[in-house]
Write a protein that binds this ligand. Structure first.
Ligand SMILES: C[C@@H](c1ccc(Cl)cc1)n1cnc(-c2ccccc2)c1-c1c(C(=O)NCCN2CCN(C3CCCCC3)CC2)[nH]c2cc(Cl)ccc12
Length: 100
């Protein structure tokens, strides 16, 4: 019925489906399932960087991902969290919209 359809669309924040290499990284950070909101993707990527200690302890905005699968995905040795553009480019390549 209409109210159910409405509930599904309202409740279901835009879900995205990560491609396999990105999904593996999210799962390594504790993600369950195969569709996420963009917010969840960013959260798990942050967790992944923390857990794998890829950030510089002194300059904590610097992430050194060369040699890690995250660096493979980004095509970068390092990046600053202050310049998210390489990250968004990677997400554009590795996320597809999940049908409702
Ligand atoms: C604002 C946000 C952000 C979010 C998106 C973007 Cl495109 C840039 C920046 N951000 C700010 N610093 C970080 C960060 C820095 C170092 C290590 C881990 C995370 C993040 C990132 C988060 C996150 O979900 N952040 C929650 C709060 N963070 C504060 C920083 N905290 C740690 C900083 C290092 C020392 C320990 C605390 C962790 C929680 N997700 C990310 C995923 C990636 Cl691919 C890259 C960076 C982040």
């Amino acid at each position: 019925a209409a109210e159910n359809a409405c509930r599904i669309t309202l409740g279901q924040a835009h879900q995205v489906r990560p491609k396999l290499p990105l999904l593996r990284i999210l799962q390594a950070a504790g993600a369950q399932g195969d569709t996420f909101t963009l917010k969840e993707v960013m959260h798990y990527l942050g967790q992944y960087i923390m857990v794998r200690q890829l950030y510089d302890k002194r300059q904590q905005h610097m992430v050194y991902c060369g040699g890690d699968q995250l660096g493979e995905l980004l095509g970068l040795e390092s990046f600053s969290v202050k310049d998210p553009s390489p990250l968004y480019d990677m997400l554009k390549r590795n996320l597809t919209a999940a049908a409702l």
